[in-house]
Write a protein that binds this ligand. Structure first.
Ligand SMILES: Cc1cc2nc3c(=O)[nH]c(=O)nc-3n(C[C@H](O)[C@H](O)[C@H](O)COP(=O)(O)OP(=O)(O)OC[C@H]3O[C@@H](n4cnc5c(N)ncnc54)[C@H](O)[C@@H]3O)c2cc1C
Length: 393
């Protein structure tokens, strides 16, 4: 009888096991999990609600949601897409809902619905689950025809060395940034719906809601930036300049908007007429940062230099990142098993036949919004299919 070992009882490991059993009911499947319990990340994901996929609506370029592995994901999504994942969960008795921001959750708003499904299906298919079993050598699994590695993201290269494969060194992705600026931090709780964050001197930029926190900055705009700049920031020990455009407009548009505000409100005070929908406290802060004492003047008294300084502060407000902080809901690893060492069609190792990889252990990672679980489902399905095809040869 053919046997498959799956190392890692997380999202990818379970999805792989269940799909493989559906395709090959006679396959004997064992999941080895080092922890006392399986599926721990699924449990805490999405604030306990599990943002299990995304509609991908408005995603024109996969690189914008998968900073690492977008080419491979493009190929693999043709075999198992977000729509396939959506259908899979609904057909297995987990109704889903789509939020306005295109994130997909179980209708129950509870990650346990997905965990219960995985556990009951694993039991129905007689998948053996061995908890508290750490695998540290592939040779220990010589009895198995196929071995699948679904060990998830590792904090360092050491956790991957036993696999004897080329590694892209792991570094964190999806974090918020600390900024040592008390005047900024005094604005904690302030949200700007359409901000753009940039790393000066690079092409790295991201847009979206930005939240000022008591340690610095957070929100989708910053998390996405941290994902796109994960390796660069790590190389610079999380100390790089960060430029914020608060306006949602480009520089010329901002100049025009300020000129128009001056024209219409020459007598009114700068603080009382906000040309943008920026929160009042932030507007006051930006006025003082740009103009100092002159922040308490009428619009019509601004000279050309002051106007330029105001525009520059609005579109290119520069800070120094002082470190990284972990986002409460999500944290993934950039890096992992190098994609050149695996067959892109099957995710089988090019170095060791019948060894497969799926999930976050691969050098694939996404931004927040359900893209990381989608990568787990897609890669796990690909491996299940490859093994099923191979086993009937
Ligand atoms: C707090 C949090 C919230 C998140 N929320 C979301 C979300 O809402 N949406 C989203 O898309 N993504 C989210 N993510 C990311 C998502 O959870 C991961 O990308 C996903 O779980 C990866 O699945 P995986 O199966 O590859 O790895 P994991 O889920 O990490 O599973 C790997 C398993 O392998 C086990 N293991 C590791 N090494 C060994 C070994 N040597 N032997 C045996 N077992 C081993 C581990 O104990 C673990 O159980 C979140 C992450 C975190 C941390």
């Amino acid at each position: 009888m053919r046997k498959t070992a799956i190392i890692g009882g997380g999202a990818a490991g379970f999805f792989l096991a269940l799909n493989l059993k559906e395709m090959c009911p006679e396959m004997q499947v064992t999941i080895f999990e080092r922890g006392k319990r399986v599926l721990r990340k699924v449990e805490v994901s999405g604030g306990g609600r599990c943002n299990c996929t995304n509609t991908f609506e408005g995603v024109k370029d996969l690189q914008s949601v998968y900073p690492r592995g977008h080419r491979l994901m493009k190929r693999l999504l043709k075999g198992f897409s977000h729509e396939d994942a959506y259908r899979w969960f609904e057909q297995h008795g987990v109704p889903l809902v789509i939020q306005d921001d295109h994130c997909v959750f179980p209708r129950s708003q509870d990650s346990h619905t997905i965990i219960n499904l995985f556990l009951s299906e694993a039991s129905r298919h007689h998948v053996e689950i061995r908890c508290e079993t750490v695998v540290t050598s592939l040779d220990d699994l010589r009895d198995f025809t196929y071995i699948c590695v679904t060990t998830g993201g590792q904090p360092s290269t050491d956790g991957l060395r036993w696999l004897s494969h080329p590694i892209e060194p792991p570094v964190p992705s999806l974090f918020t940034v600390s900024i040592d600026n008390d005047r900024l931090k005094a604005l904690m709780g302030t949200v700007v719906e359409q901000a753009t964050a940039m790393i000066p001197g690079t092409k790295i930029r991201s847009s979206g809601p930005l939240l000022i926190t008591h340690w610095g900055m957070s929100g989708p705009c910053i998390l996405k930036l941290s994902s796109m700049a994960a390796r660069l920031l790590a190389e610079h020990h999380y100390q790089l300049p960060l430029s914020i455009n608060w306006t949602g407009l480009n520089e010329t548009e901002t100049q025009d908007m300020i000129a128009e505000t001056i024209r219409r409100n020459p007598q009114k005070m700068l603080a009382t007429v906000r040309p943008l929908t920026l929160p009042q406290r932030l507007w006051n802060y930006l006025l003082e940062k740009a103009l100092g004492e002159r922040a308490h003047s009428p619009w019509g008294s601004l000279n050309r230099k002051e106007t330029n300084r105001l525009v520059n502060t609005l579109v290119n407000d520069t800070y120094q990142i002082a470190g990284r902080a972990v986002f409460k809901d999500e944290f993934v690893t950039c890096g992992g098993i190098a994609l050149q060492s695996i067959n892109p069609a099957t995710l089988e190792s090019r170095l060791r036949p019948h060894l497969y990889f799926a999930g976050e252990v691969l050098d694939i990672d996404g931004i927040t919004g359900g893209f990381n679980f989608q990568a787990a489902w897609t890669t796990a399905y690909t491996v299940a299919k490859a093994i099923a095809d191979d086993s009937i040869r």
